[in-house]
Ligand binder design. Structure first.
Ligand code: OSB
Ligand code: MG
Length: 370
């Protein structure tokens, strides 16, 4: 398929809730939508980066520059037969996985449309009902945390994840565990701790959490392995895994026993599937992470989550929770009783864009044509 034209749009969107993590507060986000045109078909991708570089050096603005300056000039006007061929062409670009993933995932959508198949079938998916959890930001009080937990449990989410930071960890989680004795609970530290904080994790270890997500530095698997050896609760790696090779190193050294897969962080569907396969070979479950996606990114996440080793609920919560009725696709990606269904408006990703709304949200546009 020849990549004839690629359109980028930077969208200014309003998250419906205050989302505080150990690295800061996310509120007014900028997201980049990517549309690939080929032979009368359109493929959709989303840059999952957020506005500030707290989680990753990749932000919406950095990804925009990477796409405009480095990625798109290498592919526009050229013919690609497979995602592997597309990825190979971009080999000289180190990092910028979220920028590359926006293009790579859009190319998969295009290929699935050309084949007349839903994307999940092209990816090799086996499950059409996707269990989802909710990721809850840091609240100002323990009472507010318990209230949030009860509300989301009442909405049917299959797992609740709590953001923690030094000084905000054991106390709120104990209170939630008391209020919800049987609920699947997890925590996510986004790299805010050091090995010398092991005491905190030994206390959390007594609360029966499903896993502890990325407690230590983003580039450190040595100390994660030391921490894992002290705990019964599995460690889940997020920030540390950018490739199947990273997944292998993390699992082989027992630095973690669960992997959070994010399409943007690992460069797209092809590498995400390799991460999935490595984890399966190690007997480690995976789940689909979230980056506060709009409808296009969320739909890609759901298609990815159909693979067999996605056995833990993902961060692919209801779109309306994030965007109210201001999502960029016509389809409502809302969970019912904690289960998301795949969008199926035609082949590929199965979504249609809300052109008028997208036009209103656009703050910057770029077209690369061959
Ligand atoms: O660490 O999983 C994370 C959001 C932005 C950046 C990093 C993370 C998150 C989330 C939110 O936890 C997941 C979601 O609901 O989309
Ligand atoms: Mg995380």
């Amino acid at each position: 398929m020849k990549i004839e034209r690629v359109e980028l749009r930077e969208l200014a969107v309003n998250l419906k809730f205050r989302f505080e993590t150990s690295f800061g507060v996310e509120r007014d986000l900028h997201k980049v939508l990517l549309v690939v045109h080929s032979g009368g078909l359109e493929g959709y991708g989303e840059v999952t980066a957020n506005r500030e570089p707290g989680y990753s050096y990749e932000t919406a603005a950095v990804a925009w520059t990477a796409l405009e300056e480095y990625v798109l000039p290498r592919v526009v006007g050229k013919e690609f037969h497979t995602p592997a061929q597309l990825i190979a062409t971009l080999k000289a670009i180190r990092g910028h996985n979220m920028a590359v993933a926006a293009l790579e995932t859009a190319f998969w959508d295009l290929q699935a449309k050309a084949a007349g198949l839903p994307l999940w079938q092209l990816l090799g998916g086996v499950q059409e009902r996707i269990a989802v959890g909710a990721s809850l930001g840091i609240q100002s009080t323990v009472e507010a945390t318990v209230e949030e937990a009860l509300r989301h449990a009442g909405e049917g989410y299959r797992r609740l994840k709590f953001k923690i930071k030094p000084g905000w960890d054991v106390e709120p989680l104990r209170a939630v565990r008391e209020a919800l004795p049987d609920m699947a609970l997890t925590v996510d530290a986004n790299s805010a701790y050091r090995l010398t904080d092991a005491r905190v994790f030994r206390e959390l270890d007594e609360l029966g959490l499903d896993y502890i997500e990325q407690p230590l530095a983003h580039d450190d698997i040595v100390d994660h392995a030391k921490l894992q050896a002290l705990l019964l609760t599995p460690i889940c790696l997020d920030e540390s895994v950018h490739s199947a090779a990273d997944a292998r190193k993390g699992l082989a050294t027992d630095a973690g026993r669960v992997i959070n897969v994010k399409l943007g962080r690992v460069r797209g569907h092809l590498e995400a599937r390799r991460v999935h396969d490595v984890a399966l070979a190690f007997g480690a479950p995976v789940w689909c992470g979230g980056m506060l996606e709009l409808g296009v990114g969320r739909a890609h996440n759901l298609h990815m989550s159909t693979l067999e080793n996605y056995t833990l609920p993902g961060d692919t919560a209801s779109a309306s929770r994030y965007w109210g009725d201001e999502d960029i696709i016509e389809q409502r990606l809302d969970a019912i009783d904690g289960i998301q269904r795949l969008p199926s408006e035609g082949p590929g990703l199965g979504v249609t864009l809300r052109e008028d709304l997208i036009e209103r949200l656009t703050v910057r546009r770029h077209v690369a044509a061959g």
